[in-house]
Design a protein around this ligand. Structure first.
Ligand SMILES: Cc1cc2nc3c(=O)[nH]c(=O)nc-3n(C[C@H](O)[C@H](O)[C@H](O)COP(=O)(O)OP(=O)(O)OC[C@H]3O[C@@H](n4cnc5c(N)ncnc54)[C@H](O)[C@@H]3O)c2cc1C
Length: 404
């Protein structure tokens, strides 16, 4: 049996590695090397799975949770770790059960997969951008670099449309559409949020242990942890998570930071009064050093409307209340999400209703499989998205290889 895998990224390589010798596999990769996106995952270290339970895994899935139940149960995180260990890739587990190669090199993940494929006789053809895939009575016709090649089965593993310089430019949507598949609008996910407010003076400021909320009409989402100001908005772990939660909600949105979530307004007021006592003869602008990061102070002072040169003993109760309110609810207007090209993951893709969740085979075209980020399934950061690539590839490979 001849199998074409279109895309030599995480999912395509993994499918080829699992199919192994049970079929004649050709991976078509448009780039001159495999797994270009894998190289940049986890800041070059590749957080390749998350050693959590299947239930916890599924609760980190933003879209496609139900669809992924079978695939993640059949290939839970421990299996990914075992698979790579078995092929010589040692791992380390870090905070939040994130798993990385012990070498801290993402390239070792790709190298391991490429080695498995070549040792089982699979072919990876580089510099070969597939132009079209169609069916005929001879099977699947794949047009690559102007030439037709015939296959019995085809796996679409072309990824989404984020970080398009790695090769994921959305070709798979075109192929899937040509077979009648519905594409759920691709949207940026796990991406920075651009604000209407000018926050350029805060660029580079990182805040820990804050609560970041997004209000969209009656809906509210919030995350506790770390965030970061960029030149035109916000990023960092809390913000990336929030971006995935709100990317399909229309209408105006505001972003609210609680800079002191551990304190109630009353407790915060007492704390400010205490600090004012310590800095009794100072100007207001010199009284907040114990409360806030240095680079945030001028911004907060400006928004508080309190003169920076007012002596702290002259700052009245009403002004203090304004300050407390500001620190508990530092509010910005959301402009939009960052462009999809800068999103860590693409939300949306091939409608999972049209794909068999156990095998990843198209329900519309027999012998056609759809895996990885090309599917309308995405998760939060922490190794879940690569694991979705492995697990969906595993499901397809087992079916193609006749293991199930
Ligand atoms: C900056 C960044 C950091 C990330 N870090 C992590 C992380 O640490 N952990 C995690 O779990 N996830 C991470 N992700 C997400 C993860 O990289 C993706 O979930 C994963 O790569 C998806 O795999 P895929 O095989 O579906 O798509 P891709 O890896 O994008 O692979 C698709 C492949 O198909 C090829 N292709 C496309 N069209 C064609 C065509 N017509 N013909 C031939 N080849 C084609 C492309 O060149 C590409 O190599 C990160 C993503 C980014 C952008």
């Amino acid at each position: 049996m001849k199998v074409a895998i279109i895309g030599g990224g995480a999912s395509g390589l993994f499918a080829a590695a699992v199919i192994g010798r049970s079929a004649s596999v050709t991976v078509f990769e448009r780039n001159e090397k495999a797994g270009k996106k894998i190289y940049i995952t986890g800041k070059g270290r590749c957080n390749f799975t998350n050693l959590c339970s299947v239930n916890d895994f599924l609760s980190s899935v933003v879209r496609g949770e139900k669809f992924l139940i079978s695939a993640i149960n059949a290939f839970p995180p421990q299996k990914a770790v075992d698979f790579f260990e078995m092929h010589g890739l040692k791992h380390i587990v870090e905070r939040g059960d994130r798993v990385f190669p012990e070498s801290n090199k993402a390239s070792d993940v790709t190298a391991t997969l490429v080695r498995i494929i070549s040792s089982s006789g699979g072919k990876i053809v580089y510099g070969s951008r597939v132009q079209s895939v169609t069916t005929s009575d001879k099977g699947f016709s794949v047009i690559v670099n102007g030439e037709e090649q015939l296959f019995d089965k085809v796996v679409l593993a072309t990824g989404g449309i984020s970080y398009s310089s790695t090769g994921s430019t959305g070709d798979g949507y075109k192929f899937a559409r040509s077979f009648g598949h519905k594409i759920i609008d691709p949207m940026p996910a796990l991406c920075p949020i651009i604000l209407k407010d000018d926050v350029s003076s805060l660029e580079g400021l990182s805040l820990k242990n804050v609560n970041v909320g997004i209000k969209c009409g009656k809906k509210e989402f919030s995350q506790f942890g770390e965030m970061l100001f960029t030149h035109d908005g916000v990023s960092g772990p809390c913000v990336l998570t929030l971006s995935s939660m709100i990317n399909r909600i229309e209408g105006s949105k505001s972003l609210v930071i609680d800079l002191k979530p551990a304190l109630t307004k009353e407790e915060l007021d007492k704390r400010i009064l205490r600090d004012f006592g310590v800095y009794i003869n100072k100007d207001f602008k010199n009284s907040l050093d114990d409360l806030l990061p240095k680079s945030l102070i001028p911004y907060v002072i400006e928004r508080s409307g309190i003169s920076p040169y007012k002596k702290v003993n002259l700052v009245g109760r009403e002004e203090r209340q304004r300050l407390t309110e500001l620190l508990k609810n530092l509010t910005f207007t959301v402009d939009r999400l960052e462009k999809i090209d800068y999103a860590i993951i693409t939300s949306g893709g091939v409608d999972t209703k049209e794909v068999d969740p156990k095998t990843m085979e198209s329900k519309l075209i027999s012998g056609l499989y759809i895996i990885g980020e090309l599917l309308d399934a995405d998760a939060l950061t922490g190794g879940y998205n690569l694991h979705i690539a492995w697990a969906t590839a595993y499901a397809a490979a087992r079916h193609i290889g006749g293991f199930v």
